[in-house]
Design a protein around this ligand. Structure first.
Ligand code: C2E
Ligand code: MG
Ligand code: MG
Length: 688
């Protein structure tokens, strides 16, 4: 037994006196029983009073010591108090702690406040109990009593520190939460600069409030701290009074809310709001060498429409992950929405160093993406604009990057383009074209020109392709290469497509009525194929009494066939049942998965002109297409035949039909009727 543990204050040094008392060995409390002041031993483990002197029996309003011993104090004890007592027990054990507190006892439920000194007391069985010695019952003003009570029971942590020293006082909440009770204020902060900030602020204004990360008993926590310079009421020495509230949960929730507000949910990248609110406000873009890269996924709409939104989402997620892995930590990836992304690069090296990295990113993005049984390859188009001290503003640079991206698309996609001033003027011109186009679609300022397809077996025109031309109010006839892509981007193609269909079907009906026996093929863009109005219009025309059954062919591209095969097949079947033929245009340039070819009701394959103009090098591929077409019973048309050599090769290899400038350019309706009538290769002995 450690004698000093029963020291009951300076006036009666129990440690010295205890051995003089007879029976001390059997009753460690013998001396205390003779004192006037209330003293008792509280058995923390069992929540009972183990010993009590007469004054204590009186204070606790008990009949006898035995009666008091029988009381189960755990019954009315809050868990906070129980925990605090456990903490005291540990403090007694570890560092011989002595506590001096205003405490409210509740003998038989009646509150009695007293100033009590607590020390450790080792029980005969070796357990650590608490020796409680009343220095005086409080007969203070009620407000003082209440404030002392509040200090003890509040969850707010209150600590009085010596100036850059250990605590002079800690209320129970502060003590419970402390990692080390004697820790100096400067050692409490996880980040020492927070402490430096606090000291600096206090030296000017005497107080400071901050949220900082501190070392607490339960790990690193966020505290809302209020610190105030004051003097110690006992010594008058300068001190710091700190009140603290643990705001970790709140801070984490707030950080999470902020994170979510700044992020795109699908990919976890930053979002448009973050870019415009946070990045756009940073002045450094004007001074440092920064760049903005705008990119999107080529033909993403088709992937989404045909392969489903689930795979579309996977593609976007992979794109985001791959991009994030490829850029540096101080570069920022933002998903603007849909398939559009922006990367803000800080401190860009020279263009010569920077561009190869972007080219590399393009390559990384184009690697196949697999998901379940699906495998898809996508490419991206990119545009870069540089920030400079004269950049008008952030959004202007974004516009420039967008213009450069557009240039990448124009140049064939899957590439990166750096913005220059010339592009800026082109973009303005394009905006003007878009405006004019909108107006022209409304005014129906379009006509069809027709290009013949000749059957090599008979030498006669069997079919014509209707190719749309824009009758521009100032420029005259404009070719589709200049406006179809803009119409596709803006969605105008759906309106224009309806117009072409209407003009084409009317023309076919007119030829049919006047006995001109020719087929007509019309181009359907992928976006139009998805437009519900297409099917309605086709049905409508097919009901016309003079509808030339089997004489109107719709040219779709291979990309239309990618996706939900069942759905596409169903749609194509319906089109075929209505009496239209179906051709694949630009065959060989799309996704070369040939397995679908036999699934769909295809009547015709039009070999893309890029194969024809590379003849005879491309001979083996064309031969393969011819064999394939024969297998599925489809007609093969060679597009873009310009030379006699190409023509001869196609004749010799039994291609069915040819179309190209060698025979006729696309011409207006009056001229094509003459061509249909007159063009006869058999008479010239060129084929058959
Ligand atoms: P396409 O459907 O593959 O049409 C063939 C294009 O090749 C036509 O260009 C035609 O003039 C051109 N061409 C024909 N023979 C030769 C040749 O021997 N040499 C060369 N170099 N070119 C030849 P055009 O009329 O400028 O049309 C370009 C593309 O615009 C078309 O390619 C088609 O994809 C699209 N297009 C045209 N009309 C329409 C339409 O009404 N709707 C849709 N959605 N697209 C259309
Ligand atoms: Mg075509
Ligand atoms: Mg074509």
């Amino acid at each position: 037994m450690r004698n000093e543990r029963i020291d009951l204050g300076s006036s009666v040094p129990l440690s010295e006196a205890v051995s003089e008392v007879s029976g001390a060995a059997s009753d460690p409390f013998a001396l205390a029983r003779r004192l006037q002041t209330a003293v008792w031993i509280y058995d923390i483990d069992n929540a009972r009073i183990a010993y009590a002197n007469q004054s204590a029996v009186h204070l606790w309003d008990a009949k006898s010591e035995d009666d008091l011993r029988k009381r189960d104090l755990a019954k009315d004890m809050s868990s906070t108090v129980a925990n605090r007592l456990k903490q005291y027990q540990a403090d007694f054990q570890e560092r011989d702690a002595v506590f001096n507190e205003m405490w409210t006892l509740y003998p038989k439920g009646k509150p009695t406040s007293a100033m009590v000194v607590y020390r450790g007391f080792e029980m005969p069985d070796g357990r650590m109990a608490m020796q409680c010695e009343v220095l005086g019952e409080a007969n203070d003003q009620p407000d003082n009593l209440r404030s002392a009570e509040a200090l003890l029971h509040t969850d707010v942590m209150i600590t009085l520190y010596e100036m850059d020293g250990p605590p002079l006082y800690m209320n129970p909440a502060a003590r419970n939460a402390a990692k080390e009770v004697m820790q100096k204020i400067s050692d409490k902060f996880v980040d020492h600069t927070d402490y430096d900030k606090l000291v600096a602020k206090m030296s000017t204004s005497g107080e400071h409030r901050m949220v900082a990360k501190v070392k607490a008993d339960n790990g690193q926590r966020w505290y809302d701290l209020s610190a105030k310079q004051c003097s110690d009421a006992v010594t008058g020495d300068p001190a710091i009074l700190v009140t603290a509230i643990d705001v970790s949960e709140l801070k984490i929730a707030r950080d999470k809310a902020r994170y979510l507000a700044d992020r795109d949910q699908l990919t976890g990248c930053y979002n448009r709001a973050y870019l415009l609110r946070h990045m756009a406000a940073l002045e450094k873009f004007k001074t440092e060498r920064c760049a903005l890269l705008y990119f999107d996924v080529d033909h993403f709409k088709q992937i989404n429409d045909r392969l489903g939104h689930e795979l579309g989402d996977v593609v976007l997620q992979r794109i985001a992950t791959r991009t994030n892995d490829a850029i540096r930590s101080n570069d920022t990836l933002v998903r603007l929405g849909g398939d559009e992304f922006v990367i803000v690069f800080e401190d860009v090296p020279s263009e010569a160093e920077f561009l190869p990295k972007i080219e590399n990113l393009l390559e990384v993005l184009s690697r196949p993406i697999t998901h379940d049984t699906m495998r898809v390859s996508v490419t991206a188009s990119m545009g870069i604009a540089m920030f400079s001290p004269v950049s008008a503003d952030f959004t202007a640079v974004m516009r420039e990057a967008d213009t450069a991206l557009y240039a990448s698309k124009q140049a064939g996609r899957n590439r990166v383009t750096v913005f220059n001033d010339e592009m800026g003027s082109k973009a303005q011109a394009r905006d003007l074209v878009e405006l004019q186009l909108k107006n022209s679609v409304k005014e129906r300022d379009f006509v069809l020109h027709f290009q013949p397809r000749v059957n090599l077996a008979t030498g006669r025109v069997v079919s014509v392709e209707g190719l749309v031309r824009w009758q521009h109010p100032d420029r005259g006839i404009v070719l589709p290469g200049e406006f179809i892509p803009i119409c596709e981007e803006t969605g105008l193609i759906e309106e224009l497509g309806q117009l072409v269909l209407e003009m084409g079907c009317k023309q076919a009906i007119a030829w049919h009525r006047s006995g001109i026996d020719v087929e007509l093929s019309l181009n359907i863009s992928p976006r139009q194929f998805d437009d519900a109005r297409l099917m309605e219009a086709l049905r409508e025309f097919s009901k016309h009494p003079d509808f030339p059954d089997g004489k109107i062919e719709l040219e779709i591209t291979e990309s239309v066939l990618i996706g939900d095969h069942g759905l596409i097949e169903g749609k194509l079947e319906k089109i075929a049942q209505m009496g239209y033929r179906i051709a694949i245009d630009d065959f060989g340039t799309g996704y070369s998965n040939l397995s679908y070819i036999s699934r769909f009701p295809l009547n015709c394959l039009k070999i893309d002109q890029s194969f024809i103009n590379q003849l005879p090098k491309t001979g083996p591929i064309i031969g393969l297409i011819l064999t394939l077409a024969k297998q599925i019973g489809a007609t093969v048309v060679a597009e873009g035949v310009e030379t006699q050599e190409q023509f001869d090769w196609l004749c010799q290899n039994e291609c069915n039909q040819v179309q190209g400038f060698l025979l006729s350019r696309p011409v207006p309706v009056e001229e094509i009727e003459k061509v249909i009538e007159k063009l006869d290769l058999s008479r010239r002995g060129e084929c058959t």
